[in-house]
Design a protein around this ligand. Structure first.
Ligand code: NAD
Length: 379
């Protein structure tokens, strides 16, 4: 079997889908690995390290993709990059299928088996392949550091001869994987942390990290979690109550990290301009949901906005995990290696069990059609 590892083309994408460590594991199983020249450079992995691990380095994209049975990517391949890809090849990446319907159709037309890693089911057996968790965890950590960069105060309490500095007050909205890591990171830096979510199960997790949990008291939260562990979209009545709670809480906070997402939908709006303007000047909001439409109405994707009416900074970095490209690549590459273990039964050739629930969860296209149940209807 031949595995190709491409150099990412998307602006700002510094991650790579295989590291010398994962290449060594594949090469040790007599799998031929071809890495596009420079693929790992932005993440700190040189071509020579891939060669030392047993890969061949190809000078261009065409040579990399030609004859590949498996193509490992971070962000998939663009439509115009599919020409050298063989029919029946397996393409793995973060494909963002809900937003990229036309691209998924192009994969189907090309006859590739496209796998969207963001669709790995949140089940115990799939944890080692769970790219959303590995990347969100890093994003949650980095969000707190990004906040400190713009925050004009220190995070911990400091008692000095010149006086005492109070600890920073941090509020985390959405206590999933990213939110919980943001809470842990802010606590490690000495902040006083509170957090909210719509899923009552989050309370215990927030408290175990030393955070205070605040939540709308409503019957509706009992039904807020889907079987997959995700949040549902809430009713207008709930949204109104939540807005009141957020308005009351946020004016006492100095750093707010928002991470709230609903799969396949626009991110819920949790902070409006009036709420931002109730915060003290110098406060910072980091909107990790900015690529899905944002949790804060004033955030702008890819920008750091200083709201001149309030003096509050709103950080809207996109692709936050890629801001830690070495660790993000190492974890992502291991997720993909574990996924390949499933697809090859740890051998050297593909032996895909199309009945497997993880395979069914991620597989978008097969035999020239869109097969994923969440997309097939739309296609
Ligand atoms: P996510 O990125 O989809 O959303 C982030 C958080 O925002 C979630 O906790 C969600 O409940 C919350 N949220 C959504 N709407 C909100 C609103 N209006 N107000 C406040 N908060 C809101 O979530 P995630 O981090 O991917 O985690 C999703 C679930 O998957 C969680 O239950 C997590 O525990 C679970 N999980 C399970 C596994 C596993 O292998 N078993 C692995 C990772 C995550």
């Amino acid at each position: 079997m031949r595995v190709a590892v491409v150099k990412e083309r998307l602006d700002g994408e510094k991650r790579v889908a295989a590291t010398p460590e994962t290449v060594k594991k594949l090469a040790g199983r007599e799998i031929e690995v071809v890495v596009e020249a420079g693929a790992g450079f932005a993440a700190g992995f040189r071509d020579q390290a891939y060669k030392d691990a047993g890969a061949t380095v190809a000078e261009d994209r065409e040579q990399t993709l030609k004859g590949a049975h498996v193509i490992l990517t971070v962000r998939g391949l663009a439509k115009d990059e599919l020409e050298p890809v063989d029919k029946g090849a397996l393409l793995v990446g973060l494909i963002n299928p809900y937003q990229n319907g036309a691209l998924v159709k192009a994969y189907a037309d090309k006859g590739v088996l496209a796998c969207a890693m963001e669709f790995v089911p949140r089940i115990t057996r799939a944890q080692a392949m769970d790219v959303l968790s590995s990347q969100s965890n890093l994003a949650g950590y980095k969000a707190v550091l990004d906040a400190t960069e713009h925050f004009p105060r220190a995070m911990p309490m400091m008692m000095t001869a010149a006086g005492t500095i109070a600890p920073a007050k941090v509020f985390v909205m959405g206590a999933g994987v990213a939110g919980l890591q943001a809470i842990a990171t802010a606590r490690r830096l000495g902040a006083v942390v509170s957090a909210t979510d719509v899923r009552p199960a989050a309370k215990e997790q927030v408290e175990s990290l030393g955070g205070k949990f605040v939540m709308v008291d409503s019957e509706e939260t009992r039904e807020a979690e889907t079987a997959g562990g995700y949040a549902k979209e809430m009713s207008d009545d709930f949204k109104q109550k939540q807005a009141e709670l957020v308005a009351e809480t946020i004016k006492k906070q100095e750093i707010v990290i928002t991470t709230a997402l609903i799969p396949g939908k626009k991110a819920p709006t949790l902070i409006n301009a009036e709420m931002v303007r109730s915060m003290k000047p110098g406060s910072v909001i980091v909107d990790l949901a900015v690529e899905q439409g944002g949790n804060c109405t004033l955030s702008k994707a890819g920008e750091v906005v200083l709201d001149d009416k309030s003096g509050v900074t709103i950080v809207g970095h996109t692709n936050v995990a890629s801001r830690l490209p070495a660790d993000a690549s190492s974890l992502y590459a291991k997720n993909l290696l574990n996924f390949l273990d499933l697809l090859t039964a740890k051998g050297k050739d593909l032996e895909i069990d199309f009945e497997d629930d993880i395979v069914q969860g991620v597989l978008l296209t097969k035999d020239g059609g869109v097969v994923h149940p969440n997309l097939a209807k739309a296609a």
